[in-house]
Design a protein. Structure first.
Length: 260
């Protein structure tokens, strides 16, 4: 059993569990309590996140524009607005934070373009550093790390959320019907099944973040040609989409459409 001491308003209590799942984010206190180290890389960017209302309501399509200073992404929400993620160089972050709403709208409109129409209104903005945080290992005695607790990725390409879902789906498959969900053999199987997908997704995300942020003049036309080729060649689109959806290594059953 793993035992966790929890402090609450009515005092402390001890919770015993056969398996502890750390799913508490990139700064995971559970990971730290387990003594699992993590490697952190700062990409030198800050990400502004907010709700955005545009001239044309979302139709379910997500957009991402890649620039040297960081990505600008529009993600459809269920309330008729987008969530916007706007990356800027760390040195510019204070100046962007000081912009009023109209100034920020002009900035993100210029960065993104007019594909979604005119940007009309932006909500309260939050800002986060663009970090890559990778745990040295994903399991410990009767404990497992999933999602951002195991690995937090740069948001370019939106791979972190998908990777975390595949962590959870794989763990759920292994635990379902298991006599002991925290058995050493089960956790070893989890780490083995996640190894290839995890390592390849980390490499893809990191490479994409570094290439798109590289300001070298010669790289800009090459990046544009590469993106144009992906847009024009269906086989390249399928290859990219398949990798983004996790069709590599030991794929969880639900990702194959085989689960209940």
């Amino acid at each position: 059993m793993q035992r966790v001491r929890v402090a609450a308003g009515d005092g402390e209590r001890v919770i015993a569990a056969r398996l502890v799942v750390a799913a508490d984010g990139a700064t995971s206190t559970v990971r730290q309590a387990l003594g699992i180290a993590a490697t952190t890389h700062d990409y030198g960017q800050r990400l502004f996140v907010a709700r955005l209302r545009t001239q044309r309501a979302p139709d379910g399509t997500a957009y991402e524009r890649l620039r040297d200073a960081g990505p600008t992404a529009l993600l459809p929400r269920g309330d008729g607005c987008y969530g916007i993620v706007h990356g800027v160089a760390t040195a510019e972050a204070a100046g962007v934070a000081a912009l009023d709403a109209d100034g920020f709208l002009r900035r993100v409109q210029d960065a993104f373009g007019w594909r979604a129409g005119r940007f009309l209104e932006v909500g309260e903005r939050s800002v986060y550093p663009a970090l890559r945080v990778v745990a040295d290992r994903t399991t410990a005695r009767r404990a497992v790390l999933v999602g951002n607790a195991a690995q937090a990725l740069h948001p370019v390409g939106a791979q972190g959320f998908n990777l975390g879902l595949r962590d959870a789906l794989t763990l759920a498959e292994l635990v379902a019907g298991a006599e002991d969900p925290g058995a050493e053999g089960l956790l070893e199987a989890y780490a083995q099944r996640r190894r290839e997908d995890r390592s390849r997704t980390l490499a893809f995300s990191d490479g994409l973040a570094r290439i798109t942020a590289n300001p070298a003049p010669l790289l800009r036309p090459l990046r544009s040609l590469g993106l144009a080729a992906i847009g024009a060649v269906p086989s390249l689109q399928s290859l990219l989409a398949g990798g983004a959806m996790g069709y590599r290594g030991d794929v969880p059953a639900l990702c194959r459409g085989a689960g209940a």
